[in-house]
Design a protein around this ligand. Structure first.
Ligand SMILES: Nc1ncnc2c1ncn2[C@@H]1O[C@H](COP(=O)(O)OP(=O)(O)OP(=O)(O)O)[C@@H](O)[C@H]1O
Ligand SMILES: [Mg+2]
Length: 421
């Protein structure tokens, strides 16, 4: 059964508030919806174009537009003669350790095939074999095989590849890159996404492992790497060791888009999703709504888009079909979102954490708090504060701000929590 499309009330094909990252190969969330960030886009491209190999990092708060920016830069680079793929290679805390080399090789292999489907020859075959093995083993090669002394588990059901093959990783990577260059590409752009905030110990370990593969895998001619992550993770992993810092350019710290760019972002989406070309699209929300929500979410586009989608869906659900609908106003939307987010958070958090969030809201929903301040406010010991914070962060109610030097970390309520309170 076809479900009725609520967005048709505004002459739109589907929700203009989708939260997906833009991709070159997507008809639904195409890259031409990209707005702003001209300076950052140019900066990343210039660095790629200025040397035979490069390493860059893009950092920023959740939902601010990091992944989408790099998707756009890859497509710009492709237009300029580089090879790349739309694939977004996730790196996780453990992944950085055991799997980075495997991910690099497999990413380069994907980029080669995506840009040059007829690729063949000994270098390509060698890479294909190794990549197949890596994927069978769940993404990684054990680093011990590369002489780094870190053991890894072996999957029993998979035939253990010969040690020679594993030792060959860096050489195979280099071979594949030379092959690509010989085919006339200017280089390969690889996008490693979502380096998350890591515990201190994990981050140090990740940085050590990165240093360990630096010469074998990060510095090859033709390889252009862009690592994306939260501000703290990028700082710890990329900047803490001189040997890594010295081969990465300064991280690009993304700032929020301006409000008028956000209005433009939405207008582009309405245009692309226009249902009946004979009639104009209509904005589902008043401008004041976007302005207020964007303030609450402080640059978190993903959070704002989700609030718009949830709120309007709930409101439109009450509208009878065929009714004349006006753009949703601020009061109605805030009321709906308050009820919705309250119910959801309360349920997710349980009464203790919820009550603590309420106590915080009484100080001010925009108030910054440190762990020491929360010890006072909540009248509980530090370990419980830290545990509660973890719970609030996981529920999407609280966000830790990037560290500033030696100062204690500050915590802030997210837009989602502020809407609930
Ligand atoms: N410059 C832009 N132009 C148009 N849309 C954008 C832009 N930046 C981000 N968006 C949209 O905002 C949303 C969030 O973007 P994106 O996924 O890139 O953020 P992120 O910082 O990578 O988020 P996360 O921290 O969750 O990984 C997506 O729906 C994306 O399409
Ligand atoms: Mg992202």
């Amino acid at each position: 059964m076809a479900l009725p499309n609520l967005w048709a009330l505004y002459n739109l094909r589907s929700s203009p508030f989708f939260q997906a990252t833009l991709r070159a190969d997507s008809g639904v969330t195409p890259l031409r919806l990209f707005v702003g960030r001209q300076r950052e886009r140019q900066l990343l491209l210039t660095t790629i174009g200025s040397s035979v190999s490069s390493r860059q990092a893009v950092a920023g708060r959740p939902g601010i537009g990091k992944t989408t920016l790099v998707q756009t830069v890859k497509s710009d680079a492709q237009a300029a003669g580089y090879w790349s793929s739309d694939e977004i290679i996730p790196i996780s805390a453990e992944g950085v350790g055991e799997q980075l080399l495997g991910q690099l090789l497999s990413g380069v292999y994907d980029a080669v095939l995506a840009s040059h489907p007829t690729a063949k020859g000994p270098e390509v075959e060698a890479a294909q074999q190794l990549v197949r093995t890596i994927r069978l083993r769940g993404g990684g090669l054990t680093f011990s095989a590369f002489g780094l002394g870190i053991g890894g588990s072996q999957t029993e059901s998979v035939a253990t590849p010969s040690g020679a093959l594993l030792l060959d990783g860096p050489r195979v990577l280099r071979g594949l890159l030379s092959y690509a260059m010989a085919q006339g590409t200017r280089g390969i752009v690889l996008h490693l996404n979502n380096l998350e905030n890591l515990s201190e110990a994990d981050a140090v370990r990740a940085a050590d492992l990165l240093r360990g593969i630096r010469d074998q895998a990060l510095l090859h001619d033709g390889l252009h790497l862009i690592v994306v992550g939260t501000t703290d993770a990028v700082r710890t992993v990329v900047q803490s060791h001189t040997q890594i810092r010295s081969v990465f350019s300064n991280p690009l710290m993304l700032q929020p888009l301006e409000l008028d760019e956000v209005q433009m972002l939405l207008a582009h989406r309405y245009e692309v999703l226009q249902l009946d070309q004979a009639r104009p699209w209509r904005s589902p929300v008043e401008n004041s709504v976007v302005q207020r929500l964007y303030e609450l979410f402080r640059g978190d586009l993903r959070g704002m888009l989700k609030a718009l989608e949830d709120g309007i869906t709930a409101l439109l659900g009450l509208t009878s079909a065929g009714a004349e609908v006006a753009p949703v106003g601020l009061e109605d939307l805030l009321l709906t979102l308050r009820q919705r987010n309250q119910a959801e958070l309360q349920e997710q958090l349980g009464s203790t954490a919820w009550d603590r969030l309420l106590a915080w809201a009484q100080v001010g929903t925009a108030a910054l708090q440190t762990q020491a301040q929360l010890v006072d406010l909540w009248q509980i010991k530090q370990p419980s504060v830290s545990q509660t914070l973890q719970q609030l962060i996981e529920a999407g109610a609280v966000e830790a701000l990037p560290r500033r030097g030696r100062e204690p970390v500050q915590y802030l309520m997210t837009g989602t929590a502020r809407l609930a309170l």
